[in-house]
Unconditional design. Structure first.
Length: 232
């Protein structure tokens, strides 16, 4: 009985040995079990980025720029340039005729010659005379003269209002004497230099002047300056 059972025990031991040695072979079977979850990782995050691709935002951005496009057509700035040139034309056109009319009126009414410069010199009866300038105003004629008394006596040039201008049309312009020397007295050896004002405006056609005066209450006037030309 015992001898027969031995080989069965040996077989059992071999099987058990094989079972002990084969765990290595069984390990891969166990490792294969955890490999099953590898396909299972549900990569839902990969799906979520697909949601982030906002397809709806692209059409929203496109209509936004389309709305301002009609607004740049600001027609209101067009009328201002049309209004400004019209106002300027009216402002520029109005003063031009007024200036020209004023110039024409001045020429017709005044027609005064410009200021004349001279260097006229005369020596007569110990009176050294020099005329340097004549200015024509609207109501006066101003003559700049230098007169030296070379005699030994006082000389009076405007005794009894007898100093005046004559033009070549025999128009007389009386002297307006200064308040401090109405008779134009010049002491011996002294020189009188000043502007002699004659009342009145020069006639438009006059082109020559003469200056007359009495000396020391004489009855007759003499020409201090004769044939004074007027350049127009």
């Amino acid at each position: 009985m015992k001898a027969k059972n031995f080989p069965q025990l040996a077989l059992l031991s071999l099987v058990c040995v094989a079972c002990v040695q084969n765990p290595l072979a069984q390990a891969p079977a166990a490792s294969s079990a955890p490999n099953t979850p590898t396909p299972t990782p549900i990569q839902t995050p990969s799906i979520s980025p697909a949601v982030q691709t906002p397809i709806a935002q692209e059409p929203v951005a496109s209509p936004a720029p389309n709305n301002p496009t009609p607004t740049p057509i600001q027609t209101p700035p067009i009328p201002p340039p049309t209004q400004t040139p019209i106002a300027q034309k009216t402002q520029i056109s109005t003063p031009i005729p007024s200036q020209t009319s004023l110039e024409v009126a001045q020429k017709t009414t005044n027609s005064m010659p410009p200021a004349q410069t001279y260097d006229l010199r005369v020596i007569d009866k110990q009176l050294w005379r020099r005329l340097t300038k004549i200015t024509f105003g609207e109501d006066s004629i101003i003559v700049t003269m230098v007169i030296t008394n070379g005699s030994k006596e006082v000389v009076i040039l405007n005794g009894e209002n007898s100093m005046y201008l004559y033009d070549n049309y025999n128009q007389r312009y009386n002297l307006l004497p200064p308040s401090n020397n109405t008779q134009i007295m010049i002491k011996p050896g002294t020189t009188l230099k000043g502007q002699f004002v004659f009342v009145g405006w020069l006639q438009p056609k006059a082109d020559n002047l003469r200056i007359y005066s009495t000396i020391n209450y004489a009855s007759k006037s003499i020409a201090l300056f004769d044939n004074i030309p007027i350049n127009r």
